[in-house]
Design a protein around this ligand. Sequence first.
Ligand SMILES: *[C@@H]1O[C@H](CO)[C@@H](O)[C@H](O)[C@H]1NC(C)=O
Ligand SMILES: *[C@@H]1O[C@H](CO)[C@@H](O)[C@H](O)[C@H]1NC(C)=O
Ligand SMILES: *[C@@H]1O[C@H](CO)[C@@H](O)[C@H](O)[C@H]1NC(C)=O
Ligand SMILES: *[C@@H]1O[C@H](CO)[C@@H](O)[C@H](O)[C@H]1NC(C)=O
Ligand SMILES: *[C@@H]1O[C@H](CO)[C@@H](O)[C@H](O)[C@H]1NC(C)=O
Ligand SMILES: *[C@@H]1O[C@H](CO)[C@@H](O)[C@H](O)[C@H]1NC(C)=O
Ligand SMILES: CC(=O)N[C@H]1CO[C@H](CO)[C@@H](O)[C@@H]1O
Length: 464
Amino acid sequence: MHFTTTSSFLATLLIVLSPVEALPVKRSAGMVTLPLKRVQPPSHDLHPRILLQQHINRSYRRFARMTGRAEPSDAELRSNIEERMNLLLTNVTNMGYSHKVNVPSGTHAVNQTNQAVNLVTRADTTPTNNSLGLDIVASDLGYFATIQIGTPPRDYNILMDSGSADFWVGGESCQSPDTSSGCGEHISLGPDSSSSFVDLGTHFQTTYETRDSSVGGDIVTDNVVIAGLSLPGHQFGVAKTKTVPFSSSNTSYDGVMGLGRSILSTQSTPTPVEALASNHLIKEAITSYKISRLADNANDGEITFGGMDDTKYDPNTLVTVDNVNTQGYWEASMDSIFVNGADLGLQGRTAILDTGASFLLLPPQDVIAVHQLIDGAQTNASGTFTIPCNTTASVAFSFGGTQFTIDPRDLVIAEDTDSQTCRSSIIEHQFGNSTEWLVGDVFLKNVYLSTNGYMNQISLAKLL
Ligand SMILES: *[C@@H]1O[C@H](CO)[C@@H](O)[C@H](O)[C@H]1NC(C)=O
Ligand SMILES: *[C@@H]1O[C@H](CO)[C@@H](O)[C@H](O)[C@H]1NC(C)=O
Ligand SMILES: *[C@@H]1O[C@H](CO)[C@@H](O)[C@H](O)[C@H]1NC(C)=O
Ligand SMILES: *[C@@H]1O[C@H](CO)[C@@H](O)[C@H](O)[C@H]1NC(C)=O
Ligand SMILES: *[C@@H]1O[C@H](CO)[C@@H](O)[C@H](O)[C@H]1NC(C)=O
Ligand SMILES: *[C@@H]1O[C@H](CO)[C@@H](O)[C@H](O)[C@H]1NC(C)=O
Ligand SMILES: CC(=O)N[C@H]1CO[C@H](CO)[C@@H](O)[C@@H]1O
């Protein structure tokens, strides 16, 4: 027996998990926060991969019971899990480029009732002013928030991406190369579902860094509500075509909100945060992020518009530096890079801070320099690095004179719960020039990040 169809897997998980909706609350004028949500509090001390296995095992068994079939044997369960692990493995590097997270199979999804299922961990923060909760995709592969679009307003799960500047959701007529499923079980927008929808007829096409990730469609206007703040007739993209990484029903979000600067936008429209500021709904085009770690078993992740949430960071550690990027990314100079307290002596390195990337992508020389000082790190023929799963290595980046240390748990990607060797989450890939690093959630989980489009500055602080 082999239960691989998406819909059955999803339906099962809908029963297993009961999502708790977190509503945005408006706290004070000029600043909004959205809460991050959680589906099911994982029991403590369990590795996320084991939790994943448990979910899968439970779901298969329950599905079998519900449908009156024989429950799968241990061997069948094990082979299903191995299959998933292999998929995870094969695509780990792709996911690292996840300028758009390539969500691995089975880690997924949201159907038309917009209930998140499977490995989405909903935020459980108390909503704060001008903030939205950030739900965790799988084991920290990406982060999305729920916003409302259209008339009547409907909920959309949107990946929050500081590393791009286009905002889009799927359209009602969306098609994808896997045409049997249209654009997957995602909530879509168009004239049939929204009376305020207007197609402006201008084309847009956005291609992301991940192999084969792109969307194309029309620029439209419709009403958008973010953390209780309304943008009537906001301009954004509605996809007519999506490639599989976005159209797959296994992808847990319905669209992407780029929160870079709009000069990076291929849509030539202001980003939602810029529009909130120009409509005086927030004071400045500030976006702030508390990115959570699944392994902490408490998802207080949150994205805040118009300010910083001072309940999340230590103000004594706050540093503010200039954005050195002119294309629209958020990029900060690093004073130095340390491994176990030793300064690697790497000069002039800069970090593109990208919430839409899962891992750390470093140019070839630098990826070697960092791993050289990590005990037990090894490289294989294909140039990828492994490190002991129980590593206690301390990797730290210094910005504006303050060192921010990565939790050692974030340095490893567990491929197999029995293994003592893990894949390193620091991956070789030159994104820009030879001194530019793409710094994703592996680092960002360890800091409070705030970007200010008006000042063109980046703030970082240690978490409380
Ligand atoms: C949220 O807004 C309310 C009303 O303006 C204010 O009383 C409260 O102090 C704010 N809370 C925070 C944490 O900023
Ligand atoms: C899931 O099922 C397989 C096969 O029975 C078993 O080996 C594995 O330990 C189970 N995983 C968990 C986390 O219970
Ligand atoms: C979405 O989930 C609900 C609840 O399980 C189910 O009734 C509905 O048929 C699903 N919709 C789709 C399109 O699969
Ligand atoms: C979604 O996940 C299921 C279950 O692992 C898999 O069979 C299916 O091929 C995946 N669909 C896509 C489009 O990746
Ligand atoms: C690489 O790009 C960054 C950001 O644009 C820039 O500050 C730096 O000077 C560049 N370095 C080189 C060696 O071109
Ligand atoms: C990590 O595990 C290995 C193998 O079990 C053990 O020899 C080593 O002492 C452990 N290291 C730490 C830092 O716990
Ligand atoms: C499960 C999954 O996403 N597999 C993909 C891994 O990456 C290769 C190469 O990009 C794709 O062809 C697979 O579909």
